[in-house]
Structures are given as structure tokens and as C-alpha cells.
Design a binder for this molecule. Structure first.
Ligand code: SF4
Ligand code: SF4
Length: 621
């Protein structure tokens, strides 16, 4: 094993193989040790966290394995957009090992910054999931690296006292309460989460009271989220258990009753933002559980080099993708895709999902939980449907039978193509769309059309517009070219600015004085109109500012800038709490060029039928 290298990490030649246009962006969890200092009865990892025998080896491998893996990924054109530390319990590692990891991750984000920004990601600081038991000892170290902290606690606290015990059987509650108070004053990103099983459900009034108490004591409980426990082969507590009562997962009815209880208790209070947002966000399409195939994007690396799907799949051969020391990156990527696909196919798809109007939103849930429970649908199905029903602007029902069939076919063709041949799943023959065969010629692909046209290259530039939010930059990409949809949260007291590269104003325009910065604001509430009767996002407003009226940017030399905060505040009444807003930016002449190109080139028109400009989606909180 290599000696840990504590010099600044730059990646050296590993970056040479990264092609910014084709790099595969992945989410990487790193588990340097499986050991945990607590022994919770319902832990999804079961006995895997008890083994302290290999701990000194874990310490020795912690940094070398991560460094080896990241360099090997980069050499294979794979770019982690997020490296988070998870357990076991990461904070059981000695502080000097933790510091090596923090330093490496910080160096990585620094070196990868421009590439990640291009892909719409902005990361600077390490992230740690922790049970908070050691937080007081590590506070200064975390502070020095700006570590973002996700603390896992048990609520109500009476259950924490009973269930979250040290290896010596002592309650961890007193120390955790002190550390939550410390976390409240911690000046970096932070949140806490709690997992709910049946005993928590039965004590929901007490749980609600504890949330209020923690909020009163200074921890902003809008930064909190619930998770629902599930039965797995490892957490023997579910349905059995050794404690005073069996620890069972909630039924679907209980999940909905739990959600309604908290909506009633906290809607309209100062925790309204939490209960209507982060608390139940894990069950909305923002999470891995709603991927078509999560094995394409989410990976967990252990200190011993083994790669699994995620924290849930750790230790399960069906979710093991290989070992970074022994297998090629292409093998690991292939296995990820194959094993997740196999897990979905093996349990099959539930009849409820086949008939469900939200199949293309939900995508039937987490393959690991389905695999463990031998069920063909999401274990939080009922709750998800309640959330969808509450926000019809965000989760619209299909407007016609044809739209329903198309939406269903979209998911089935990706995961269960054999079912498309079943009569009831076919899109009716008379509704078949006829496309010219040469649409699929290589020269007619959108990227090739853009590559052959200097003005379109500027129109689609991924480094032409940057939005800063309180100084933090987000590079804007074309809506139709970006690999993932990101939705941000903006608050009225934040300073938001739009910065633009000056040469965009001379693209297709001889006199920049006649050109404008053009902003189109849409909202994710649907309207149907036009000759095609397409259902699209609703237009809220268009705003244009002439080139000479724009300010000098402080963020990039020679760039120009428009302050956005006053514009957003002035239209704040149009931004709904439950609907994302979609802001497109371009120049007046580039916009004209896009429509001219649509008229001139049918292959361009058909692929750029949705607005192609750089965009920024946000909720206005
Ligand atoms: S197996 Fe489940 S929890 Fe793990 S990445 Fe996939 S969807 Fe997420
Ligand atoms: S919401 Fe429920 S029925 Fe609909 S697709 Fe998801 S798991 Fe299936």
C-alpha cells in the first residue's frame, strides 16, 4: 500500500484523458471504514458496522484508495461531480486521516472546478454524513475545511435515547443534544435527518414536539429531512427485532398519515418551508430513487476498493459492481448499468405501475428496496402519489390517452422493452409519428449541426453566461444539451447577478449597440396552445436590456453584468411555492438566429423544438 501523499493533489496527467464534452459525470460516495461507534438496532447495514478488527487497515487505505480511484476514473474520462464521505461512521477515523481526506477532496474540487462548472456543478467543500457523536472533537477541523455536515439522529429523542446506544450499551442522547447545539452555530452547510419506522410513527406527536424544541433552541429545522426505513435482510429488527418492540417499516397508509399529520402541524408555521420542501423531498423526483437506471450515475466506493450501488446496496452481491483495484472502469460502469437493470427486471413491474399516470416520474422506485422486499413497485408509492396530487402544476396528469401511452412507453422502452409489444402498452398505430430516415444520419445530429455553424456554437456555449448567487457562480448550459436537470432555491435576500461574455453580443450582429441581453421567464405550470396543441411550460415575462445599458462585471474581467435581484423581486408574485421557474438567457440577435436556423434546417428544427437557450431553474422561497 502507498504511503499517504499529503502534498497538494493536482491529478497531473490523469486529466489528459478527460474530454469535457463527453466525460461521464458520476456521484461518488466514499466509505473509508465500515466501523461505527454506535450500534442502532435497525441499522440497514446490520452487523457490517461492528467489525473493528480491520480498522487500522482502514486507516492506512483511506486516502490511497480514494486517490487511486479518482485518478483511475479520470483516466477513463469519468468525472465525479460529487465526492461525499459516508459510513460506517467516518468520524471514527483519526483526525489526521480525516484531514488527509478533506484536503484531497478540496484539492480535487479545485482542480475539477472549471469542468464541473461547465457541467452545471459547483462544489468546493467535502461533505460528511455522520451520527454527530464525535462532532465536538472535530469541530475545528470541519470548520477549517468548510465541511458540509449531514447529521443523522433519531426522533423523537426518547427513541434516540433508547435505540442509539454506544457499543458499550450507553445512551448517546446527552452528547448528541450538545452536538446539535454546536451544529446550530456551525457556519457552513448543515442539515439533520431522521429515519422513521413504526415506533416513530406511533410517537409522532412527541416527534413533532421535539422538532419544535430543536428549532426553538437554535437549529433551523427547515434544514431537516425524513427518511422511511424499510425491511432488508440486514436490519433484522424489521418485522422481528431484539428490542422492546419489533421495528417494522411503515405501511403505505401509515406513511401518508404521517405526512398529513406533519403538514397539518407545521403548514403555515415558521417551519412551513421545511414541511413543504426538504422534509419530504426524498420522495420527489430529485433523488436517485427516481432514476431510470441509478447504476449509470451513483456509485459507492469502499476503502477496500469494492464498488457498490450506494449505501443501501453495500455488502449485497447483487449490487456489487466490482473492485477498483482489480477491475477496469468500463467493467464497473457496465456492471452498474447491468445489475440495476437486472434488479428491476427480476422483480418485474407491478400492475399498479403499468396503469400509473406517474410512471415516467416515479420509475417504480429504488431497485434495492424492491429487490429486498420482492416487490415490483416503490415502497413509498402511496406517499409519492399524495405528493404528486398536492402539486398538480409540478406533476401534471397526462392530458390525453395518447400522452398517457407515450409517457408509459418512454419508461417501458428503457427498462422493460418486452412489455411494449403487449397490446395494451402500444401507442395506437394511427398515432405513430413518421420521421424521415436520414434524421438519424450522423451529420444531422444536433451536436454536429452546432459544430458546423460558428454562430450556433456561440448560441449553445456552455461558458457564455454565469449566474452568481451571493457570489457563488453557476455556469449556464443549453437546456436541451445539459446532462442533468438542476433546480436551485433562491431567496429574496440573496444577491443574484447575470454575467455575460462580451463576444456573444457580436455574434450575428455587426452593431452591438442594437443588441440586447434577452431573458425569458417560464414557470413549470403547463399550458396547451398553438397549432400543435403542445403542452408546455407557461411564459411569465420577457425582459430585454440593450447592450450599452449593461454594467461592468466584477466577477469576470471584460464581461458585462445585469443585476437580477430587482427583476426577480419585482415579479416575485408570479413565482409559485410549488412550481419551479425556468429562466432562459441569450442575446436578441442569437434568438433571431435560432428561429432563422429553424426555418432553414428541418433537422435542426426538429431537435431544437424546445427552447435551446442556456437556462437556470429555481424555486423562489
Ligand atoms: S439502489 Fe436505490 S438508494 Fe441505491 S442508488 Fe439506486 S435508487 Fe438510490
Ligand atoms: S407512484 Fe406507485 S404505482 Fe406509480 S409508478 Fe410509482 S410505484 Fe408505481
Amino acid at each position: 500500500m502507498d504511503e499517504p501523499n499529503t502534498d497538494d493533489w493536482s491529478g497531473g496527467s490523469a486529466w489528459e484523458r478527460i474530454d469535457p464534452d463527453t466525460a461521464r459525470l458520476i456521484h461518488l460516495l466514499y466509505v473509508p471504514t465500515m466501523f461505527c461507534n454506535l450500534g442502532c438496532r435497525y441499522c440497514y447495514l446490520g452487523d457490517l458496522t461492528r467489525d473493528a478488527q480491520g480498522f487500522s487497515e482502514d486507516c492506512a487505505k483511506a486516502l490511497p484508495t480514494l486517490r487511486f480511484a479518482v485518478e483511475k476514473l479520470l483516466e477513463n474520462n469519468v468525472l465525479p461531480f460529487n465526492i461525499s464521505l459516508h459510513g460506517g461512521e467516518v468520524t471514527t477515523l483519526p483526525p489526521e486521516i480525516l484531514e488527509q481526506l478533506f484536503r484531497f477532496i478540496t484539492d480535487y474540487y479545485r482542480a475539477a472546478g472549471p469542468l464541473l462548472e461547465k457541467g452545471g456543478f459547483r462544489k468546493k467543500h467535502p461533505h460528511v454524513k455522520t451520527n454527530l457523536y464525535n462532532f465536538h472533537k472535530l469541530y475545528d477541523l470541519f470548520d477549517r475545511y468548510g465541511v458540509s455536515v449531514s447529521g443523522s439522529v433519531d426522533l423523537p429523542l426518547s427513541l434516540h435515547g433508547r435505540e442509539r446506544v454506544t457499543r458499550a450499551g450507553k445512551s448517546s442522547l446527552d452528547r448528541i443534544l450538545k452536538n446539535i447545539a454546536l451544529l446550530a452555530a456551525y457556519p457552513h452547510d448543515k442539515k439533520i435527518s431522521a429515519t422513521v419506522f413504526e415506533p416513530h410513527f406511533h410517537k409522532r406527536a412527541e416527534l413533532a414536539e421535539d422538532i419544535r424544541m430543536l428549532h426553538r433552541r437554535g437549529f433551523d429545522m427547515n434544514r431537516f429531512n425524513f427518511m422511511f426505513g424499510f425491511a432488508s435482510q440486514r436490519n433484522r429488527g424489521c418485522g422481528g427485532g431484539e428490542g422492546p418492540e419489533p421495528v417494522r417499516a411503515l405501511s403505505g397508509e401509515q406513511q401518508v398519515a404521517f405526512y398529513n399529520y406533519f403538514m397539518d402541524a407545521f403548514g403555515g408555521t415558521e417551519l412551513d418551508r421545511g414541511v413543504n420542501g426538504a422534509w419530504f423531498e426524498e420522495f420527489t423526483p430529485k433523488y436517485c430513487t427516481n432514476s431510470v437506471n441509478c447504476g449509470e450515475k451513483f456509485f459507492l466506493l469502499q476503502g477496500d476498493g469494492n464498488v457498490y450501488s450506494c449505501v443501501r446496496g453495500q455488502g449485497s452481491s447483487a449490487f456489487h459492481y466490482g473492485n477498483i483495484y482489480e477491475d477496469s472502469v468500463s467493467h464497473i460502469l457496465r456492471e452498474g448499468r447491468r445489475k440495476i437493470s437486472l434488479a428491476h427486471k427480476t422483480v418485474g413491474i407491478h400492475d399498479d405501475c403499468l396503469a400509473c399516470d406517474f410512471l415516467d416520474t416515479c420509475r417504480t422506485g429504488c431497485p434495492f428496496v424492491k429487490h429486498e422486499g420482492k416487490k415490483g413497485k416503490s415502497y413509498t408509492c402511496r406517499l409519492q402519489k399524495a405528493l404528486y396530487a398536492k402539486s398538480p402544476e409540478r406533476y401534471p396528469l397526462p392530458g390525453t390517452d395518447r400522452e398517457r401511452a407515450e409517457r408509459r412507453a418512454g419508461y417501458l422502452s428503457a427498462m422493460h422493452p418486452n412489455l411494449l409489444y403487449k397490446e395494451e402498452n402500444r401507442i395506437p398505430e394511427e398515432n405513430r409519428v413518421i420521421l424521415p430516415n436520414d434524421l438519424y444520419d450522423e451529420k444531422n445530429s444536433l451536436t454536429n449541426i452546432i459544430g458546423a455553424d460558428k454562430i450556433l456554437e456561440k448560441l449553445y456555449a456552455a461558458d457564455g453566461f454565469i449566474i452568481t448567487v451571493d457570489g457563488r457562480p453557476h455556469a449556464l448550459q443549453s437546456q436541451i444539451l445539459k446532462p442533468v436537470r438542476e433546480i436551485y432555491h433562491l431567496y429574496p435576500d440573496q444577491e443574484v447577478q447575470l454575467h455575460a461574455r462580451p463576444d456573444l453580443f457580436t455574434a450575428h450582429c455587426d452593431e452591438p449597440v442594437r443588441n440586447t441581453l434577452c431573458i425569458q421567464m417560464l414557470r413549470d405550470t403547463k399550458v396547451t396552445y398553438g397549432d400543435e396543441k403542445r403542452t408546455k411550460q407557461e411564459h411569465l415575462f420577457t425582459h430585454e436590456v440593450f447592450h450599452r445599458c449593461l454594467e461592468k462585471s466584477d466577477f469576470r474581467q471584460d464581461w458585462i453584468m445585469l443585476p437580477l435581484s430587482p427583476l426577480l423581486a419585482c415579479h416575485g408574485g408570479l413565482f409559485l411555492p410549488s412550481a419551479a421557474n425556468n429562466m432562459f438567457v441569450t442575446t436578441g440577435f442569437l434568438r433571431k438566429y435560432h428561429y432563422q436556423k429553424q426555418r432553414d434546417n428541418a433537422f435542426y428544427h426538429i431537435q431544437a423544438i424546445n427552447l435551446p437557450f442556456q437556462n437556470f431553474e429555481f424555486y423562489w422561497d
